[in-house]
Design a protein around this ligand. Structure first.
Ligand code: HEM
Ligand SMILES: *[C@@H]1O[C@H](CO)[C@@H](O)[C@H](O)[C@H]1NC(C)=O
Ligand SMILES: *[C@@H]1O[C@H](CO)[C@@H](O)[C@H](O)[C@H]1NC(C)=O
Ligand SMILES: *[C@@H]1O[C@H](CO)[C@@H](O)[C@H](O)[C@H]1NC(C)=O
Length: 322
Protein backbone atom coordinates (compact mmCIF):
# COMPACT_ATOMS: atom_id res chain seq x y z
CA UNK A 1 0.00 0.00 0.00
CA UNK A 2 2.70 2.44 1.11
CA UNK A 3 4.88 1.40 -1.85
CA UNK A 4 2.04 1.96 -4.31
CA UNK A 5 1.26 5.38 -2.81
CA UNK A 6 4.87 6.49 -3.04
CA UNK A 7 5.10 5.26 -6.65
CA UNK A 8 2.04 7.35 -7.44
CA UNK A 9 3.60 10.32 -5.67
CA UNK A 10 6.79 9.85 -7.68
CA UNK A 11 4.79 9.80 -10.93
CA UNK A 12 3.01 12.92 -9.80
CA UNK A 13 6.28 14.74 -9.09
CA UNK A 14 7.73 13.59 -12.42
CA UNK A 15 4.68 14.96 -14.23
CA UNK A 16 4.97 18.24 -12.36
CA UNK A 17 8.63 18.57 -13.33
CA UNK A 18 7.79 17.94 -16.98
CA UNK A 19 5.10 20.61 -16.84
CA UNK A 20 7.46 23.10 -15.18
CA UNK A 21 10.19 22.40 -17.72
CA UNK A 22 7.63 22.97 -20.47
CA UNK A 23 6.54 26.34 -19.12
CA UNK A 24 10.07 27.64 -18.63
CA UNK A 25 10.77 27.40 -22.36
CA UNK A 26 7.29 28.56 -23.40
CA UNK A 27 6.19 31.15 -20.88
CA UNK A 28 4.87 33.46 -23.54
CA UNK A 29 1.82 32.49 -25.53
CA UNK A 30 -0.14 34.09 -28.34
CA UNK A 31 -3.41 33.48 -26.49
CA UNK A 32 -2.25 35.17 -23.27
CA UNK A 33 -4.89 37.94 -23.34
CA UNK A 34 -7.59 36.08 -25.28
CA UNK A 35 -10.06 36.20 -22.40
CA UNK A 36 -8.69 39.20 -20.47
CA UNK A 37 -8.44 41.54 -23.49
CA UNK A 38 -10.12 40.18 -26.60
CA UNK A 39 -10.01 43.60 -28.32
CA UNK A 40 -6.23 43.94 -27.95
CA UNK A 41 -5.10 43.20 -31.50
CA UNK A 42 -7.64 45.45 -33.16
CA UNK A 43 -6.94 48.30 -30.72
CA UNK A 44 -3.21 48.14 -31.43
CA UNK A 45 -3.61 47.79 -35.16
CA UNK A 46 -5.93 50.74 -35.60
CA UNK A 47 -3.57 53.16 -33.83
CA UNK A 48 -0.52 51.78 -35.69
CA UNK A 49 -2.39 52.05 -38.98
CA UNK A 50 -3.30 55.69 -38.50
CA UNK A 51 0.21 56.61 -37.33
CA UNK A 52 1.74 55.01 -40.44
CA UNK A 53 -0.89 56.64 -42.65
CA UNK A 54 0.34 60.00 -41.31
CA UNK A 55 4.02 59.10 -41.74
CA UNK A 56 5.26 55.88 -43.28
CA UNK A 57 8.63 56.08 -41.54
CA UNK A 58 6.86 55.51 -38.23
CA UNK A 59 6.65 51.80 -39.06
CA UNK A 60 10.45 51.65 -39.14
CA UNK A 61 10.77 53.67 -35.95
CA UNK A 62 8.46 51.29 -34.07
CA UNK A 63 10.30 48.17 -35.29
CA UNK A 64 13.54 49.71 -34.07
CA UNK A 65 12.04 50.52 -30.65
CA UNK A 66 11.32 46.83 -30.19
CA UNK A 67 14.92 45.89 -31.08
CA UNK A 68 16.43 48.50 -28.76
CA UNK A 69 14.09 47.44 -25.95
CA UNK A 70 14.77 43.71 -26.26
CA UNK A 71 18.58 44.06 -26.30
CA UNK A 72 18.60 45.71 -22.86
CA UNK A 73 17.29 43.57 -19.95
CA UNK A 74 15.08 41.70 -22.41
CA UNK A 75 11.77 42.85 -23.91
CA UNK A 76 10.47 44.66 -20.83
CA UNK A 77 9.63 48.17 -22.10
CA UNK A 78 12.67 49.54 -20.23
CA UNK A 79 13.38 51.76 -23.25
CA UNK A 80 10.02 53.50 -22.85
CA UNK A 81 10.80 54.93 -19.40
CA UNK A 82 11.46 58.67 -19.33
CA UNK A 83 14.41 60.16 -17.50
CA UNK A 84 13.57 62.10 -14.36
CA UNK A 85 15.69 63.99 -11.82
CA UNK A 86 16.04 60.74 -9.85
CA UNK A 87 15.84 58.13 -12.61
CA UNK A 88 18.24 57.49 -15.49
CA UNK A 89 16.53 55.73 -18.37
CA UNK A 90 17.86 54.47 -21.69
CA UNK A 91 16.68 57.22 -23.99
CA UNK A 92 19.87 59.29 -23.67
CA UNK A 93 22.26 56.38 -24.25
CA UNK A 94 24.40 56.74 -27.36
CA UNK A 95 22.46 54.43 -29.72
CA UNK A 96 19.16 56.08 -28.69
CA UNK A 97 19.84 59.76 -28.07
CA UNK A 98 18.40 61.96 -30.83
CA UNK A 99 17.59 58.82 -32.77
CA UNK A 100 14.86 56.58 -31.35
CA UNK A 101 11.37 57.88 -31.98
CA UNK A 102 7.73 56.83 -31.92
CA UNK A 103 7.07 57.05 -28.18
CA UNK A 104 3.89 59.14 -28.71
CA UNK A 105 2.50 56.35 -30.87
CA UNK A 106 3.15 53.78 -28.14
CA UNK A 107 1.43 56.15 -25.67
CA UNK A 108 -1.59 56.42 -27.98
CA UNK A 109 -1.79 52.64 -28.31
CA UNK A 110 -1.50 52.26 -24.55
CA UNK A 111 -4.40 54.63 -23.92
CA UNK A 112 -6.58 52.85 -26.48
CA UNK A 113 -5.74 49.50 -24.87
CA UNK A 114 -6.30 50.85 -21.35
CA UNK A 115 -9.76 52.03 -22.44
CA UNK A 116 -10.62 48.53 -23.69
CA UNK A 117 -9.07 46.58 -20.79
CA UNK A 118 -7.66 48.66 -17.96
CA UNK A 119 -4.56 47.46 -16.14
CA UNK A 120 -4.19 44.23 -18.09
CA UNK A 121 -1.76 44.57 -21.00
CA UNK A 122 1.93 45.36 -20.58
CA UNK A 123 3.76 48.04 -22.55
CA UNK A 124 6.31 45.38 -23.52
CA UNK A 125 3.59 43.30 -25.22
CA UNK A 126 2.10 46.37 -26.89
CA UNK A 127 5.50 47.08 -28.43
CA UNK A 128 5.83 43.50 -29.68
CA UNK A 129 2.42 43.62 -31.39
CA UNK A 130 3.00 47.12 -32.80
CA UNK A 131 6.33 46.01 -34.33
CA UNK A 132 4.66 43.05 -36.03
CA UNK A 133 1.81 45.23 -37.34
CA UNK A 134 4.31 47.78 -38.67
CA UNK A 135 6.17 45.15 -40.68
CA UNK A 136 2.90 43.81 -42.08
CA UNK A 137 1.55 47.24 -43.04
CA UNK A 138 4.68 47.99 -45.11
CA UNK A 139 4.30 44.70 -46.99
CA UNK A 140 6.39 42.33 -44.89
CA UNK A 141 5.57 38.93 -43.41
CA UNK A 142 3.21 38.29 -40.52
CA UNK A 143 3.53 36.02 -37.50
CA UNK A 144 1.77 35.16 -34.26
CA UNK A 145 3.18 37.37 -31.51
CA UNK A 146 3.89 35.59 -28.25
CA UNK A 147 2.58 37.54 -25.24
CA UNK A 148 2.66 37.59 -21.46
CA UNK A 149 5.66 39.86 -20.89
CA UNK A 150 5.51 42.26 -17.96
CA UNK A 151 7.07 45.71 -17.65
CA UNK A 152 10.31 46.43 -15.85
CA UNK A 153 10.66 48.75 -12.90
CA UNK A 154 14.26 49.51 -13.92
CA UNK A 155 16.21 50.58 -16.97
CA UNK A 156 19.87 50.28 -17.91
CA UNK A 157 21.71 53.21 -19.47
CA UNK A 158 24.95 51.23 -19.57
CA UNK A 159 23.16 48.20 -21.04
CA UNK A 160 21.84 50.39 -23.86
CA UNK A 161 25.37 51.67 -24.53
CA UNK A 162 27.02 48.27 -24.35
CA UNK A 163 24.52 45.81 -25.84
CA UNK A 164 23.21 47.63 -28.90
CA UNK A 165 25.74 47.38 -31.73
CA UNK A 166 27.17 50.64 -33.10
CA UNK A 167 27.17 51.11 -36.91
CA UNK A 168 30.96 51.05 -36.92
CA UNK A 169 30.92 47.37 -35.86
CA UNK A 170 32.60 44.70 -37.92
CA UNK A 171 31.08 41.29 -38.61
CA UNK A 172 32.74 39.62 -35.62
CA UNK A 173 31.44 42.24 -33.19
CA UNK A 174 27.95 42.21 -34.68
CA UNK A 175 27.90 38.44 -34.32
CA UNK A 176 29.10 38.50 -30.73
CA UNK A 177 26.67 41.21 -29.63
CA UNK A 178 23.78 39.13 -31.01
CA UNK A 179 25.23 35.95 -29.50
CA UNK A 180 25.22 37.70 -26.12
CA UNK A 181 21.41 37.88 -26.51
CA UNK A 182 21.09 34.25 -27.54
CA UNK A 183 20.71 35.10 -31.23
CA UNK A 184 22.75 33.37 -33.92
CA UNK A 185 24.75 34.96 -36.72
CA UNK A 186 22.01 33.76 -39.05
CA UNK A 187 19.41 35.60 -36.94
CA UNK A 188 21.61 38.70 -37.01
CA UNK A 189 21.79 38.73 -40.82
CA UNK A 190 18.04 38.10 -41.17
CA UNK A 191 17.06 40.72 -38.56
CA UNK A 192 19.34 43.30 -40.20
CA UNK A 193 16.92 43.07 -43.12
CA UNK A 194 14.77 45.48 -41.09
CA UNK A 195 17.05 48.09 -42.69
CA UNK A 196 14.95 47.65 -45.81
CA UNK A 197 12.84 50.39 -44.18
CA UNK A 198 13.65 53.63 -42.39
CA UNK A 199 16.30 56.32 -42.31
CA UNK A 200 19.70 57.00 -40.79
CA UNK A 201 21.51 60.19 -39.80
CA UNK A 202 24.65 61.44 -41.52
CA UNK A 203 26.68 61.07 -38.33
CA UNK A 204 26.13 57.32 -38.50
CA UNK A 205 27.26 56.79 -42.11
CA UNK A 206 29.72 59.67 -42.72
CA UNK A 207 32.89 57.63 -42.31
CA UNK A 208 31.50 54.87 -44.53
CA UNK A 209 30.70 57.16 -47.47
CA UNK A 210 33.87 59.28 -47.24
CA UNK A 211 36.57 56.99 -45.96
CA UNK A 212 35.85 53.42 -46.92
CA UNK A 213 36.44 51.49 -50.11
CA UNK A 214 33.80 48.75 -49.78
CA UNK A 215 31.18 51.07 -51.30
CA UNK A 216 29.97 51.82 -54.83
CA UNK A 217 31.58 55.13 -55.90
CA UNK A 218 28.49 56.67 -57.48
CA UNK A 219 26.39 55.75 -54.48
CA UNK A 220 29.00 57.22 -52.10
CA UNK A 221 29.02 60.53 -54.02
CA UNK A 222 25.21 60.69 -54.03
CA UNK A 223 25.12 60.24 -50.26
CA UNK A 224 28.00 62.72 -49.77
CA UNK A 225 25.87 65.44 -51.37
CA UNK A 226 23.47 65.23 -48.41
CA UNK A 227 26.04 64.60 -45.68
CA UNK A 228 28.95 67.03 -45.18
CA UNK A 229 32.35 65.44 -44.50
CA UNK A 230 32.91 67.21 -41.20
CA UNK A 231 30.71 66.97 -38.15
CA UNK A 232 28.48 69.92 -37.38
CA UNK A 233 25.16 71.15 -38.64
CA UNK A 234 24.69 68.30 -41.12
CA UNK A 235 24.97 65.56 -38.50
CA UNK A 236 21.24 64.88 -38.41
CA UNK A 237 20.65 64.96 -42.17
CA UNK A 238 18.74 61.84 -43.12
CA UNK A 239 19.20 59.24 -45.85
CA UNK A 240 17.23 56.05 -46.52
CA UNK A 241 18.79 52.78 -45.35
CA UNK A 242 17.37 51.17 -48.53
CA UNK A 243 18.06 53.62 -51.31
CA UNK A 244 15.16 52.52 -53.51
CA UNK A 245 12.16 51.76 -51.31
CA UNK A 246 12.55 52.79 -47.64
CA UNK A 247 8.81 52.44 -47.00
CA UNK A 248 8.38 48.95 -48.43
CA UNK A 249 9.39 45.84 -46.52
CA UNK A 250 11.04 43.49 -49.05
CA UNK A 251 14.48 42.04 -49.79
CA UNK A 252 15.96 45.13 -51.49
CA UNK A 253 18.29 45.69 -48.54
CA UNK A 254 20.23 42.56 -49.51
CA UNK A 255 20.25 43.53 -53.20
CA UNK A 256 21.88 46.81 -52.16
CA UNK A 257 24.55 44.98 -50.18
CA UNK A 258 25.48 42.83 -53.18
CA UNK A 259 25.91 46.01 -55.27
CA UNK A 260 27.97 47.64 -52.47
CA UNK A 261 25.25 50.11 -51.62
CA UNK A 262 24.91 49.43 -47.93
CA UNK A 263 24.50 52.76 -46.11
CA UNK A 264 26.08 51.85 -42.78
CA UNK A 265 29.49 50.28 -42.35
CA UNK A 266 27.76 47.52 -40.36
CA UNK A 267 25.34 46.86 -43.23
CA UNK A 268 28.11 46.30 -45.78
CA UNK A 269 29.91 44.03 -43.32
CA UNK A 270 27.25 41.40 -44.01
CA UNK A 271 28.44 41.16 -47.62
CA UNK A 272 32.14 41.78 -47.65
CA UNK A 273 33.80 38.52 -48.56
CA UNK A 274 33.00 36.91 -45.22
CA UNK A 275 31.00 34.03 -43.80
CA UNK A 276 27.62 35.72 -44.26
CA UNK A 277 27.91 36.45 -48.00
CA UNK A 278 26.09 33.24 -48.93
CA UNK A 279 23.17 34.02 -46.64
CA UNK A 280 22.84 37.52 -48.17
CA UNK A 281 22.87 35.96 -51.65
CA UNK A 282 20.19 33.49 -50.62
CA UNK A 283 17.90 36.37 -49.58
CA UNK A 284 18.56 38.13 -52.89
CA UNK A 285 17.41 34.98 -54.71
CA UNK A 286 14.51 34.25 -52.40
CA UNK A 287 12.43 36.87 -50.61
CA UNK A 288 10.38 34.12 -49.00
CA UNK A 289 13.51 32.66 -47.40
CA UNK A 290 14.31 36.10 -46.00
CA UNK A 291 10.75 36.53 -44.71
CA UNK A 292 10.78 33.12 -43.01
CA UNK A 293 14.15 33.77 -41.33
CA UNK A 294 13.14 37.31 -40.35
CA UNK A 295 10.02 35.95 -38.62
CA UNK A 296 12.11 33.33 -36.78
CA UNK A 297 14.50 36.08 -35.68
CA UNK A 298 11.73 38.42 -34.49
CA UNK A 299 10.14 35.65 -32.43
CA UNK A 300 13.52 34.73 -30.91
CA UNK A 301 14.27 38.38 -30.20
CA UNK A 302 10.85 38.70 -28.55
CA UNK A 303 11.75 35.78 -26.27
CA UNK A 304 14.80 37.51 -24.76
CA UNK A 305 14.48 37.23 -20.95
CA UNK A 306 10.86 38.35 -20.49
CA UNK A 307 9.53 39.23 -17.05
CA UNK A 308 6.63 36.85 -16.43
CA UNK A 309 4.37 35.67 -13.64
CA UNK A 310 4.56 38.11 -10.76
CA UNK A 311 7.83 39.74 -11.85
CA UNK A 312 7.73 43.38 -12.92
CA UNK A 313 4.39 45.10 -13.31
CA UNK A 314 1.75 46.20 -15.80
CA UNK A 315 2.58 49.87 -16.18
CA UNK A 316 -0.31 52.32 -16.27
CA UNK A 317 1.75 54.80 -18.27
CA UNK A 318 4.52 53.36 -20.42
CA UNK A 319 6.81 56.30 -19.59
CA UNK A 320 6.99 55.68 -15.84
CA UNK A 321 6.89 52.93 -13.28
CA UNK A 322 3.64 52.72 -11.30
C1 HEM B 1 22.93 44.47 -36.82
C2 HEM B 1 23.20 45.52 -36.08
C3 HEM B 1 22.49 46.84 -36.25
C4 HEM B 1 23.10 48.06 -36.29
C5 HEM B 1 24.58 48.34 -36.16
C6 HEM B 1 22.06 49.03 -36.48
C7 HEM B 1 22.27 50.40 -36.56
C8 HEM B 1 21.33 51.33 -36.93
C9 HEM B 1 21.57 52.73 -37.10
C10 HEM B 1 22.88 53.43 -36.86
C11 HEM B 1 20.41 53.30 -37.53
C12 HEM B 1 20.18 54.76 -37.86
C13 HEM B 1 19.90 55.53 -36.59
C14 HEM B 1 20.07 57.03 -36.78
O1 HEM B 1 20.88 57.43 -37.59
O2 HEM B 1 19.38 57.79 -36.07
C15 HEM B 1 19.43 52.26 -37.61
C16 HEM B 1 18.13 52.44 -38.01
C17 HEM B 1 17.19 51.43 -38.01
N1 HEM B 1 17.35 50.16 -37.52
FE1 HEM B 1 19.09 49.26 -37.08
N2 HEM B 1 20.85 48.40 -36.57
C18 HEM B 1 21.07 47.06 -36.42
C19 HEM B 1 20.10 46.08 -36.38
C20 HEM B 1 18.75 46.31 -36.46
C21 HEM B 1 17.72 45.35 -36.15
C22 HEM B 1 17.98 43.93 -35.64
C23 HEM B 1 16.52 45.96 -36.37
C24 HEM B 1 15.14 45.41 -36.20
C25 HEM B 1 14.81 44.15 -36.30
C26 HEM B 1 16.81 47.30 -36.84
C27 HEM B 1 15.88 48.21 -37.24
C28 HEM B 1 16.17 49.50 -37.66
C29 HEM B 1 15.20 50.37 -38.32
C30 HEM B 1 13.80 49.96 -38.73
C31 HEM B 1 15.83 51.59 -38.51
C32 HEM B 1 15.21 52.88 -39.09
C33 HEM B 1 14.53 53.63 -37.96
C34 HEM B 1 13.84 54.92 -38.36
O3 HEM B 1 13.78 55.29 -39.53
O4 HEM B 1 13.34 55.58 -37.42
N3 HEM B 1 18.16 47.49 -36.84
N4 HEM B 1 20.01 51.06 -37.23
C1 LIG C 1 21.94 63.74 -26.05
O1 LIG C 1 21.82 64.59 -27.15
C2 LIG C 1 21.72 65.97 -26.82
C3 LIG C 1 21.41 66.74 -28.09
O2 LIG C 1 22.20 66.31 -29.13
C4 LIG C 1 23.02 66.38 -26.14
O3 LIG C 1 22.96 67.75 -25.78
C5 LIG C 1 23.22 65.54 -24.91
O4 LIG C 1 24.47 65.83 -24.32
C6 LIG C 1 23.17 64.05 -25.22
N1 LIG C 1 23.15 63.29 -23.99
C7 LIG C 1 24.03 62.35 -23.72
C8 LIG C 1 23.86 61.66 -22.42
O5 LIG C 1 24.90 62.02 -24.48
C1 LIG D 1 35.01 44.93 -31.46
O1 LIG D 1 35.34 44.08 -30.41
C2 LIG D 1 36.67 44.23 -29.94
C3 LIG D 1 36.96 43.12 -28.95
O2 LIG D 1 35.90 42.98 -28.05
C4 LIG D 1 36.84 45.62 -29.37
O3 LIG D 1 38.15 45.82 -28.90
C5 LIG D 1 36.53 46.63 -30.46
O4 LIG D 1 36.59 47.94 -29.93
C6 LIG D 1 35.18 46.39 -31.05
N1 LIG D 1 34.97 47.28 -32.17
C7 LIG D 1 33.82 47.88 -32.43
C8 LIG D 1 33.78 48.79 -33.60
O5 LIG D 1 32.83 47.71 -31.78
C1 LIG E 1 38.71 59.91 -42.71
O1 LIG E 1 39.95 59.42 -42.21
C2 LIG E 1 40.88 60.44 -41.89
C3 LIG E 1 42.20 59.77 -41.54
O2 LIG E 1 42.00 58.77 -40.57
C4 LIG E 1 40.31 61.29 -40.76
O3 LIG E 1 41.20 62.31 -40.42
C5 LIG E 1 38.99 61.87 -41.19
O4 LIG E 1 38.40 62.57 -40.12
C6 LIG E 1 38.04 60.79 -41.68
N1 LIG E 1 36.86 61.41 -42.25
C7 LIG E 1 35.63 60.96 -42.02
C8 LIG E 1 34.52 61.70 -42.68
O5 LIG E 1 35.41 60.01 -41.30
Amino acid sequence: MAARASAAAARCIALLLILLAGTSSAQLSSSFYSSSCPGLYSAVKSVVQSAIAREKRMAASIVRLFFHDCFVQGCDASLLLDDTASFQGEKMAKPNNGSVRGFEVIDAIKSAVEKACPGVVSCADILAIAARDSVVILGGPTWNVKLGRRDSTAASFSGANNNIPPPTSGLANLTSLFAAQGLSQKDMVALSGAHTIGLARCTNFRAHIYNETDIDGTFARTRQSGCPSTSGTGDNNLAPLDLQTPTVFENNYYKNLVSKKGLLHSDQELFNGGATDAQVQSYVSSQSTFFADFVTGMIKMGDITPLTGSKGEIRKNCRRIN
